[in-house]
Unconditional design. Sequence first.
Length: 415
Amino acid sequence: VRILIIGGGAGGYFAAITAAELLPKAEVTIAEAGARPLRKVEISGGGRCNVTHACFEAKELTQAYPRGQKELRGTFSRFQPKDTLDWFESRGVRLKTEADGRVFPVTDSSSTIVDCFERLRKELGIDLELNSRVKELVNEPTGGFMATVIKGKKQFLNHYDTVILASGSTTKSYDLAKALGHTIEPLAPSLFTFKVKDPRIENLSGLSVEDAKVELSVTGSKKHTEQGPLLITHWGFSGPAVIRLSAWRARELLASNYQAKLSVNWLPSETRQSLEEKINTLRGNSPRKSVVGTPAGKVPKRLWQSLALQSGISKEINYSELSKKMSVSLASELLSGIYQISGKGVFKEEFVTCGGIRLSEVDFRTMESKVSPGLYFSGEVLDIDGITGGYNFQSAWTTGFIAGTAIGNSIARQS
Ligand SMILES: Cc1cc2nc3c(=O)[nH]c(=O)nc-3n(C[C@H](O)[C@H](O)[C@H](O)COP(=O)(O)OP(=O)(O)OC[C@H]3O[C@@H](n4cnc5c(N)ncnc54)[C@H](O)[C@@H]3O)c2cc1C
């Protein structure tokens, strides 16, 4: 039996290893277009590789996937983060969970994961063909596929009984699936930061607020809210809350050319009333204190200063001189300041592409194509992507495991 895995990334390796463990006699080949395998694993999580997220309840876990939520529900009941932890630990990789739920190798180095995969690949006799790009894939009349592989200046034609497409979000490779009858959902980048040029945050680069609430309004979609750490950068806003917003509205943001409005609540634990009460208390107890220099809520002092100045409160004004109009304007800035997003920035730790193989064309019990039997999918090639925090690798491990297992079981049944 000959199995071809197109793509030597997370999804491809996990599927290949799973299939090879079940089928010791099968000829398993990974064709990788690049000069090295597992490139994204290597650079992932800022070089630490955030392998998964410690969320062990399938339904809750699916909430982290803007695309693929419904389809992943069943797959996570078969292979979820708990299984990922067991899988790596039982293969010699020790993992640790950080306070926010992200899971990393204890070595804090992605090479631990790459080395584990490479060791297993070699032990299982999986062939790795580097610099080998699969250019064409056609159904054979007698079953299986004929693959055209380009290696340097040479071109090879090989027959395979089963193929797993694990080519990630490489645009060209979608043509392989298209030619076999698949539909590709439009592609759009996900997991990015927002460019905002605004005097309120201009000199605050590097400042972060532990708990902020951000609401995104973009043409063509409902408002979406996230809460969590918010970071002010040289070019605008970053941090988990913003990155998650970018994932939930990835398509609409692309369509709007990254023009949108962001409402920021720097003090979600306060109501307008409780904030006004705090300001009034300072008015009564510390009338001579400067408003700009004395925050009434739990926000970093520099941020308070900037927002107060932008609300028209000059440095000289003390609490006894603070007018009603000024305090209303300051409370609005703190609880619902509106910022104009003017572009997309980079998030170096993780990014993915949304879009890919249409999910209704895939049988999620096996990850086999409903359009072209014998063709399976694993990883980001599918129209599945998660928010930041290890969810993207988790969907690659899960789909790779299911594809590898289904192939293993189906071939074992036949022989
Ligand atoms: C900088 C960065 C950091 C990230 N960090 C994290 C993280 O910490 N945690 C997390 O969960 N996710 C992270 N991600 C997302 C995660 O890396 C991807 O979701 C995951 O790698 C997808 O795996 P994949 O195997 O489907 O695709 P890929 O890793 O993209 O692998 C696909 C492979 O297929 C090859 N290929 C494509 N076409 C062909 C062809 N025709 N023939 C042969 N080979 C082909 C490509 O060269 C590539 O090597 C990060 C992404 C980036 C870019």
